[in-house]
Ligand binder design. Structure first.
Ligand code: SAM
Ligand code: SF4
Length: 478
């Protein structure tokens, strides 16, 4: 490899997945991973549009990269700057205008064309390249096969885009219409990931349980479609894959097949991120969520009947236009009734181009702040109680990487809790029973239950590596 590629990834797991694919696309052109943008030949900002002032944050980051590009030029080199991801899709040509030193802008559905775009940008000193189209050809058909090494816990995009158009959300505009990959392509990628060291796969989609991919040829449903439940059942049969997860699901799309998968597939982890956003039917209708608070409760009940040890996480928005104190109390009631193992909560913030942004009845900032604090305090209380309930009990932990202290590893429980324990580093990639000794707000500490066995004596030799480029844990869920 002669050229250095640095990718900075913001946002959700799908961006982490996309970053890995971009790195793989550029590898045949001689681009290898760089640990920092200084001196890189290609810098990609893989952006997220969900959080407030997303575009402004990207322009500010570009200011820093611009100085690095100038330093590179003074040394006689050339740094190509690319903006990818959802801000690229939303802002498009505006980025090239406001930041003329940016060489290319590519949307999430067009990044399979990155090598050609980089070549065009590299050939012309001053020509900027833009592609924010939603090409007719699905990008997945043009992406290279996943690489020879995989993290112990890998992401796999099975579905992309959204047709639901919740009135607060930019996703349908930045990621485009719903698309499901054929089941055969997903299974093939999962097999490669397992062979490369993955023991856990999280299936990704903006609306992952709206998955309706073409059934494999000669399968039991030849010519038809598979839902997410059927896909999960097939993936669970892949040797070496011990854990499956999916995110993010929509309450409307929890069908019988998915509930059956929670009942029948042991590899499917008993933890579901199921965003509800609000506990008030009035607000849910204004959000165009297509479900009521009671329907959400019933869906949770169906899931819990199928898998009694299931725990839940969710997303909430407080201060949506028109939300009254009574509406907010309904949200708190729902949280108390369900009991969450964890949850993400946000103040509503208007996104240009979305219907709710123009609503006249915006909630005042102080009320949003107060409601967010009250909701977070209740959620934190539930999270601490859930974590504490594990003290003295045993959880199987998939160890992923070294912990902060020497001799320590950190891994994940079935419920996505971080668990620290003293275990030798060679056991990264193993699922080991751990007795939980202590519980904090965000993590657990424990001791391995079994005696340490010399590595050579174990059949299982999965080794974990971290993602090669821009490999953060996602900042938030899709
Ligand atoms: N597809 C998921 C669903 O149906 O709930 C959510 C996807 S969205 C990328 C992640 C979360 O960001 C949402 O669940 C919502 O809570 C939050 N979010 C999205 N737009 C928002 C906005 N305008 N203001 C505040 N929070 C927002
Ligand atoms: Fe689609 Fe989820 Fe956004 Fe609603 S919140 S539009 S379901 S991505």
């Amino acid at each position: 490899m002669t050229k250095r590629l640095f990718i900075k990834t913001y946002g959700c797991q799908m961006n982490v997945y996309d970053a890995a694919r971009m790195a793989e696309l550029m590898a045949p052109l001689g681009y290898g991973p760089a640990g920092s943008p200084e001196g890189a030949d290609l810098v990609i900002l893989n952006t997220c549009h969900i959080r407030e002032k997303a575009a402004e944050k990207v322009f500010s980051e570009l200011g820093t990269i611009r100085r690095l590009k100038a330093a590179r030029a003074r040394q006689g080199g050339r740094m190509i700057i690319a903006v990818a991801g959802c801000v690229a899709q939303a802002e498009g040509a505006e980025i090239l205008e406001r930041a003329p030193f940016v060489d290319l802008v590519v949307g999430p559905q067009a990044y399979h064309r990155l090598p050609e775009m980089v070549a065009r940008a590299a050939a012309a000193e001053s020509r900027q390249v833009l592609d924010t189209s939603f090409p007719a050809e699905p990008k997945f058909d043009y992406l290279p096969e996943t690489s020879a090494t995989s993290p112990v816990s890998a992401f796999l995009t099975v579905q992309e885009g959204c047709d639901k158009f919740c009135t607060f959300c930019v996703v349908p505009y930045t990621r485009g219409a719903e698309y499901s990959r054929p089941a055969e392509a997903v299974i093939a990628e999962a097999r490669r990931l397992a062979a490369a060291g993955a023991r856990e796969i999280t299936l990704l989609g903006q609306n992952v349980n709206a998955y309706h991919g073409a059934a494999p040829p000669n399968g039991s449903n030849d010519g038809g479609e598979w839902g997410l439940g059927a896909l999960i059942a097939a993936l669970a049969r892949i040797p070496g894959l011990d854990r499956l997860r999916y995110t993010t699901s929509h309450p409307r799309d929890v069908d019988d097949g998915l509930v059956a998968a929670h009942r029948d597939v042991a590899e499917l982890m008993p933890f579901v991120h199921l965003p509800v956003q609000s506990g008030s039917d009035r607000v849910l209708a204004a959000m165009h969520r297509r479900h009521t608070a009671d329907q959400y409760r019933c869906t949770v009940e169906r899931l819990r009947r199928a898998r009694p040890d299931l725990a839940l996480s969710s997303d909430f928005i407080v201060g949506f236009p028109g939300e009254t104190e009574a509406d907010f109390r309904a949200t708190l009631d729902l949280v108390r009734a369900i009991g969450f193992a964890q949850a993400f909560s946000f103040k509503y913030s208007p996104r240009p181009g979305t219907p709710a942004a123009n609503a006249a009845d915006q909630v005042a900032e102080p009320a949003k702040v107060e409601r967010l604090a009250a909701l977070q305090s209740l959620i934190n209380e539930q999270q601490r109680a859930f974590n504490r309930s594990w003290v003295g009990r045993v959880l199987p932990v998939l160890f992923e990487k070294p912990g902060r202290h020497p001799g320590q590893l950190v891994g994940r429980s079935p419920y996505l809790q971080s668990v620290h324990a003293d275990v030798s580093a060679e056991r990264i990639g193993e699922i080991i029973p751990v007795t939980i000794r202590g519980a904090g707000a965000n993590s657990l500490a424990g001791a391995v239950l079994e005696r340490e066995v010399p590595h050579s004596a174990r059949e299982d030799a999965h080794q974990g590596t971290s993602l090669a480029v821009g490999a953060p844990r996602a900042e938030h869920l899709i």
